[in-house]
Each structure stands twice: as structure tokens, then as C-alpha cells.
Design a binder for this molecule. Structure first.
Ligand SMILES: NC(=O)C1=CN([C@@H]2O[C@H](COP(=O)(O)OP(=O)(O)OC[C@H]3O[C@@H](n4cnc5c(N)ncnc54)[C@H](O)[C@@H]3O)[C@@H](O)[C@H]2O)C=CC1
Ligand SMILES: O=C(O)CCC(=O)C(=O)O
Ligand SMILES: [Mg+2]
Length: 395
């Protein structure tokens, strides 16, 4: 399937420039939070006796090989923005690109090849794959990737964007979402005509590792409080297990000074749109994380602006935090590439390429702050390519 690959870079890595300390609160947060997150998650788990050491990302001659899955909908357009920016900056990354589509029957073999590439390279960047609603198709390849790679922690940071006022000021919280089980088990059956059981699978082991991840993230990033979001009043066993595990883990971190609490998911949704500043780090089961990350994105800049990461012991896969394919604007050239560009900067920090990450993130935030070049989702009329060019013009 060599034709599907896009091995674009052969140039040697440029000498990394001195890392510039980002000036906006956003870039400072990303710079601080994301690299430590990626590494802390790996090291913390890998440091325990239960987890074997593993090889790092694939790197030859100073160039990292990264799996790129543009995805459906606007995927090609926003992945194109990243490729262009990396090319201009001579970022030492060589892409292995797989144009997997969730819509195409018969593209299973390509999906498998992409998974092999991810296992080989350990690091990937993706757009979103379409998931049909009908039962004859695959469950979800997005979910399958997270489960098969065991990238158990989803991280989405929602932080007010300087220069882009929204209803609430000073929003700054991190959503840490269990990424592999819960409502996304894909286990459903019709036990009797008209009676369907959808299984939400909750395990103590998964709850424990995601809660530890949340506290470690808080510690590494100078955050003050971790809130567990749940529905244990109704799902007394399943969410009860999540909540009780959270409380046990929280006790272990008491001496660190991180405060903790819990909140039921429906109240959380109300509190988020009413007074979002009360949240710092939030940890929750899979489906609540899906919903809360969409609320969070809408609070700050929308789905085109919020980046995301999926982190596990061995693999890290970066994608826009809101996870939408956006078929409604596909092919129009109007998609906002900011979320994908910022996801790529999280990936660069994971690879230790902080200088490149800072340069790109600072430029994206500068373009947003200046407000002259904005895509339609942010009230402007700039095209994806014009936003990308504005980012490049700042280099
Ligand atoms: N024409 C079609 O066939 C359409 C199909 N769908 C499908 O319906 C399903 C449900 O989609 P939803 O989850 O509702 O979400 P979605 O994928 O439609 O996205 C939600 C909204 O966010 C916007 N958005 C996301 N990323 C953006 C970006 N980077 N820049 C600007 N706007 C951005 C989209 O344009 C859309 O208005 C999806 O699988 C989708 O593919 C949705 C709309 C049209
Ligand atoms: O896999 C999909 O198609 C969508 C799943 C989803 O909404 C999410 O993971 O946030
Ligand atoms: Mg979602």
C-alpha cells in the first residue's frame, strides 16, 4: 500500500532554536501542561513494577516517523494545514499517511495497515473517521483505535482564547476522560424484540489508572483541584465503582495538597454553562467526557479550536478534542484548522520538539488574537488555507 503513504520529508532536522517562552496564557498552559502530561503518563505508569519498559517513538537520523490518518469530512483539509506548516518549518517529522475512511466498505485492510503503522511508530496524528449509525457497519474505528492501542486517557484542555471573547471569561479546565470502556464497549444485543441491552462496562483497573492520570496531571501542571464527574446515584454499581475508586486514589494524593471533589454529570453540565471557572481538572467515564468536552469547546472557541490527545502506556494519538468529522462543510475549504494544528503541537511536545511546538502554537494563538483572519465558525470569512497562510506568515 505504498501509494497510500506519503513519505514527504527527507531533509535533515534543522538545529532546534532556543525554546521561546510563550507569551499568551494559552501557549504557556499548553507548553507546561502537555509535554509533561504526555511524558508523565508514560513514565508514571512505566515506572511502576507492573508495566514493562517500552521503546520510544520511531526516529531515524533525527527524523521521527509519525502515522497520519487525515480521516473523513474535513480531515484532508485540516491535515493538509499541518503538513504545510511542518513543511515550511522543516519539522523533523516524516509522515506515514493512511487515507482510511469509515465510510468505505472494504477499507478494513487499510485500517489494519494504519494500526500496524501506529504500533510501529508509537505516535500518530488523526482527524475523525465517520461512524455510520446502521448496525451492518463497523462499531467505530475511532473507538477501535483507542481500545486496540489502549490509549486510555483522553485529554482536552478548554481555555479562554485571548482576543476571542465568549460569554464566560477566564475558563481554564482540563477534561480527562476514560477512553477505552464504559458506554463505548460496543456490546449491545436485543434480548427480546423491542428490548435492547447496551452494556456499559466499568472496571476498577481502568477507573484507577484514569484517576491516577488525573491527579498526576494536576500535580505536574500546577493544577489545584480534581473533580470526579459521575452518575453514581443512578448507576450505583458502575459509576459507583468509578467514584469509589476515585476517592481511594484521591486519598493517596492528599499529602500533595491537590483538592478533590465530585459532581453528578447533569449538575456538572449546568455548572459548566453557568460558572465554568469553578472547574480545574475533571475526570470522568467515557460518554460524560464526550459530552463535557463538547460543552467545554463551545465555552471557549468551538470545535475548530480545541485540541486533544489520547495517551496510553505505549502509544500516543493526537486529534481535535471535539472529534467531529464536519461533513456539512467538507470540501468547502472553510474548516478551522486551529484544533488540528494545536493537536499537532501537543504531538511535537510528546516527541520533545518543543521549539517547533511553541512556534506553531504561538502563531496560531496570535492569528486568533489579532482577529483579522478568522474562519466562519469564529465569525470570519477566511478559508482554511488563508488561516494556515496567516500562521505561516508569523514564522
Ligand atoms: N452531509 C452529511 O452527510 C452530513 C453528515 N453528518 C454526519 O452526522 C454525524 C453526526 O455529526 P455530529 O456529531 O453532529 O457532528 P459534526 O461532525 O456534524 O460536527 C458538528 C459541527 O461542528 C462543526 N465543526 C467541527 N469541526 C470544525 C472545524 N474544524 N471547523 C469548523 N467547524 C467545525 C461542523 O461543521 C458541525 O457544524 C457525523 O457522523 C457526520 O458525519 C453531519 C452533517 C452532514
Ligand atoms: O467514533 C465516533 O464516530 C464518535 C465517537 C465520539 O463521539 C467520541 O469519541 O467523542
Ligand atoms: Mg464525541
Amino acid at each position: 500500500m505504498a501509494s497510500m503513504r506519503n513519505l514527504i520529508r527527507s531533509a535533515a532536522a534543522p538545529a532546534l532554536r532556543q525554546a521561546t517562552v510563550p507569551t499568551t496564557p494559552i501557549s504557556a498552559a499548553t507548553r507546561l501542561a502537555l509535554p509533561t502530561l504526555a511524558r508523565s503518563a508514560t513514565t508514571l505508569t512505566a515506572g511502576s513494577a507492573r508495566v514493562p519498559a517500552h521503546a520510544g517513538p520511531t526516529k531515524y537520523g533525527g527524523v521521527y516517523t509519525v502515522t497520519l490518518i487525515p480521516g473523513d469530512g474535513i480531515g484532508a483539509e485540516i491535515a493538509g494545514a499541518v503538513k504545510e506548516v511542518f513543511e515550511v518549518l522543516n519539522v523533523p517529522v516524516e509522515w506515514e499517511q493512511f487515507n482510511v475512511s469509515g465510510e468505505t466498505h472494504g477499507s478494513e485492510s487499510l485500517f489494519k495497515e494504519a494500526m500496524e503503522s501506529l504500533r510501529r511508530n508509537k505516535v500518530g496524528l488523526k482527524g475523525i473517521l465517520f461512524t455510520p449509525i446502521d448496525t451492518t457497519s463497523h462499531n467505530s474505528w475511532n473507538v477501535a483505535m483507542r481500545q486496540q492501542l489502549d490509549i486510555y486517557a483522553s485529554l482536552v484542555i478548554c481555555k479562554s482564547l485571548p482576543g476571542y471573547p465568549t460569554r464566560h471569561k477566564d475558563v481554564d479546565f482540563a477534561i480527562i476522560r476514560e477512553n477505552t470502556e464504559g458506554e463505548y464497549s460496543g456490546l449491545e444485543h436485543q434480548s427480546y424484540p423491542g428490548v435492547v441491552e447496551s452494556l456499559k462496562v466499568s472496571t476498577r483497573a481502568s477507573a484507577e489508572r484514569i484517576c491516577r492520570f488525573a491527579f498526576d496531571f494536576a500535580l505536574k501542571n500546577g493544577r489545584k483541584k480534581v473533580t470526579c464527574v459521575h452518575k453514581a446515584n443512578i448507576m450505583k454499581l458502575g459509576d459507583g465503582l468509578f467514584l469509589n475508586t476515585f476517592r481511594q486514589v484521591a486519598k493517596e494524593y492528599e499529602s500533595s495538597g491537590i483538592a478533590y471533589g465530585d459532581m453528578i454529570v447533569d449538575n456538572t453540565s449546568m455548572q459548566l454553562v453557568g460558572r465554568p471557572q469553578q472547574f480545574d481538572v475533571m475526570v470522568m467515564p467515557n460518554l460524560y467526557g464526550n459530552i463535557v468536552s463538547n460543552i467545554g469547546a463551545a465555552l471557549v472557541g468551538g470545535p475548530g479550536t480545541v485540541p486533544g490527545a489520547n495517551i496510553g502506556r505505549e502509544y500516543a494519538l493526537y486529534e481535535p478534542g471535539c472529534r467531529h468529522v464536519a461533513k456539512d462543510i467538507m470540501g468547502k475549504g472553510t474548516a478551522n484548522p486551529a484544533a488540528m494544528l494545536l493537536s499537532s503541537t501537543m504531538m511535537l511536545r510528546h516527541l520533545g520538539l518543543d521549539a517547533h511546538a511553541n512556534q506553531i502554537a504561538e502563531s496560531v494563538y496570535k492569528v486568533i488574537q489579532e482577529g483579522k483572519v478568522r474562519t466562519a465558525d469564529m465569525g470570519g470569512n477566511a478559508k482554511t488555507k488563508e488561516f494556515t497562510q496567516a500562521v505561516i506568515n508569523n514564522f
